[in-house]
Design a protein around this ligand. Structure first.
Ligand code: ZN
Length: 200
C-alpha cells in the first residue's frame, strides 16, 4: 500500500477549519458538521430500546442500513471531490488502495482508529477499531451487550466494499454486508468488522 494516511488526515484537519455560518464544513465534496457522539449514540440506542425487544433484529438492521447508505453516498462524494483528486488520487496505484484512502478519511472524521486487517479483492474486508465511540458510549450507559453495537461502523464497512466492488453508483449499495464478530461493547478487546458479498 502506498497510501500516506497522515497526509490525508492532515488535509482534513486543515480543511475542517473552514465553517459556514451554520457550522457546516464544506470539505471533500460533501457537507460535514461537528456532532456529539454521545448524542448520536443516544439516538441510536434509544431507538433500539423504543423499538422493543421483539424487534431487535429489525432495529439493528435499520440502523446498519442507514449507516451503509450514508457511507455509500458520502464516500462516493468524497472520491469525486477535487480534494480527493489532488491529495489522495496521486497515491492510488490500484483499486484496493482506495479502501486505505477511505479509511484515512474516516479516521480524520473522528470515527475511530480504523485499520484494515485484511482485504481480499471483491470478497472480504476486515477492519479493526480499538476505540469505537459507539462501543464506548454503549458501555457508559448500559451493561455489557450480548452482540456488537457499532452499527455505524458496521454499515460503513459494507459501504466501502460496495463503492469499490459493487455496481456503479448508485446501484451498488448493499452488494456487501458486514458483521461485527468482536465488539468492545460485549467485552472484546477491540471491534472487528467483516464485510462480505451479500447473499441472495
Ligand atoms: Zn463495536
Amino acid at each position: 500500500m502506498t497510501i500516506d494516511g497522515n497526509k490525508i488526515i492532515h488535509a482534513v484537519m486543515e480543511g475542517s477549519r473552514i465553517r459556514e455560518a451554520k457550522g457546516i464544513i464544506p470539505l471533500f465534496g460533501v457537507y460535514l458538521s461537528i456532532f456529539s457522539t454521545q448524542y448520536y449514540n443516544r439516538l441510536s440506542f434509544d431507538f433500539e430500546i423504543k423499538m422493543g425487544k421483539s424487534r431487535t433484529a429489525e432495529s439493528e438492521s435499520l440502523l446498519i442500513q442507514a449507516a451503509q447508505e450514508c457511507g455509500y453516498a458520502t464516500f462516493h462524494g468524497i472520491r469525486n471531490s477535487w480534494e480527493w483528486e489532488k491529495i489522495v488520487q496521486p497515491m492510488i496505484e490500484n483499486k484496493e488502495d482506495q479502501i486505505e484512502g477511505f479509511i484515512a478519511v474516516a479516521v480524520a472524521f473522528g470515527w475511530g482508529d480504523l485499520e484494515v486487517k485484511k482485504l481480499v479483492p471483491d470478497e472480504k474486508l476486515v477492519i479493526r477499531v480499538g476505540d469505537s465511540y459507539e462501543a464506548s458510549g454503549y458501555l457508559d450507559r448500559y451493561d455489557p451487550a450480548g452482540s456488537g453495537k457499532c452499527y455505524m461502523l458496521r454499515g460503513v464497512a459494507g459501504a466501502f466494499m460496495d463503492l469499490i466492488y459493487g455496481e456503479d453508483y448508485p446501484d451498488g449499495c448493499f452488494a456487501f454486508t458486514a458483521e461485527e464478530p468482536f465488539c468492545r461493547a460485549k467485552g472484546d478487546v477491540y471491534c472487528e468488522f467483516i464485510a462480505r458479498k451479500s447473499s441472495g
